[in-house]
Write a protein that binds this ligand. Structure first.
Ligand SMILES: O=C[C@H](O)COP(=O)(O)O
Length: 251
C-alpha cells in the first residue's frame, strides 16, 4: 500500500520532504477550498521543485462541478505545473454518465500532454450528504473514462471517517471492482492508524491522509509533522508484515 500525504502549501511540503523516506506520493491541495480543493499552479510547481525527484507529486483539481470543459482545462493546468497524479473530485456529478463525461475530458486533456500521468477519479464516501454519485459507482466511472485509479474521500470534514460512511466490507467491494477493471484503488477520509488493518486486508493500493499526520490530528489548525508521517508509515509496515504472515493483529 502506498502512502499519499496532502500538504496545503510549500511550507508543509518541505516537512513532507523531511519525511520523504516514509511516504510515496505528495498530494498538493488547498483544504480551505474543499475536501479536494485545488491549489495554485505556482504552488504545484514550487512543491514539485521542493520534494525529491523520485517522489511523485499529485494535485487535486477540486471538488468539481459538472462542467467537462472547465475541469479538463484545470486538469491540464495541474499536469503542466508538474503533477503526475491528477485527482478529480466528482462533487457536482449526480449520475454516473455525468462522471464519465467529466473524466473522459480530463483523461484526454492530461494524457495528450503527458501520457504517463495517472488520472484519479474520486468520489465521496459521504455522497449521501452532498448528493453526488454513489461511492460504488466510481470504479465503473473511472474504467469507462480511461482513468487509472478510483478513489474515495469524505466530502465533509467533520470528524467522521471513511468507515463511518462506507464500512470495510463495502470498501472491499470498491477495491474488488477497481481491480477487476485494472484500476488502482485509493481510499481516504480522516483515516486513522486504527483503520490501517482493514485497509491493508482489503487490498487498498493507496491510502491518503492529512489529519492523521497533522499536529493534534487537526487537518485545519495543525501542521504536518514528519514524526507523525514516520509513525503512520511504521504502522502501515507493521500491518503489511502481519498480513503477509497471515497473522491477524489488533488495530
Ligand atoms: O487525499 C487525502 C486527504 O487529504 C485526506 O485528508 P484527511 O485525512 O484529513 O481526511
Amino acid at each position: 500500500m502506498l502512502l499519499l500525504v496532502s500538504p496545503d502549501g510549500v511550507e508543509e511540503a518541505l516537512d513532507c520532504a523531511k519525511a520523504a523516506e516514509h511516504l510515496d506520493i505528495v498530494d498538493v491541495k488547498k483544504p480551505d477550498e474543499g475536501s479536494l480543493g485545488a491549489n495554485f499552479p505556482w504552488v504545484i510547481r514550487e512543491i514539485r521543485d521542493a520534494v525529491p525527484a523520485d517522489k511523485p507529486v499529485s494535485a487535486t483539481v477540486g471538488d468539481v462541478p459538472y462542467k467537462p470543459g472547465t475541469v479538463a482545462q484545470a486538469a491540464l493546468g495541474a499536469v503542466v505545473s508538474g503533477a503526475t497524479y491528477i485527482k478529480v473530485g466528482l462533487y457536482g456529478c449526480t449520475t454516473p454518465e455525468q462522471g464519465v463525461e467529466v473524466m473522459r475530458a480530463v483523461v484526454r486533456a492530461v494524457k495528450d500532454h503527458r501520457p504517463e500521468a495517472l488520472v484519479v477519479a474520486s468520489g465521496y464516501a459521504d455522497a449521501h450528504r452532498v448528493g453526488c454519485v454513489n461511492p460504488l459507482a466510481l470504479p465503473d466511472i473511472a474504467a469507462r473514462a480511461g482513468a487509472d485509479a478510483a478513489m474515495l474521500d469524505t466530502a465533509i470534514k467533520d470528524g467522521t471517517r471513511l468507515f463511518d460512511h462506507v464500512p470495510p466490507d463495502t470498501c472491499a467491494e470498491f477495491v474488488r471492482r477497481a481491480h477487476a477493471s485494472g484500476l488502482l484503488a485509493a481510499l481516504a477520509g480522516s483515516v486513522q492508524q486504527a483503520d490501517l488493518g482493514p485497509l491493508t486486508r482489503i487490498g487498498t493500493d493507496i491510502v491518503g491522509v492529512r489529519g492523521a499526520v497533522c499536529a493534534g490530528g487537526d487537518r485545519n489548525a495543525g501542521r504536518i509533522r514528519p514524526a507523525l508521517v514516520a509513525a503512520f508509515r511504521a504502522e502501515m509496515d507493521r500491518q503489511a508484515r502481519e498480513h503477509a504472515l497471515g497473522t491477524p493483529v489488533a488495530n
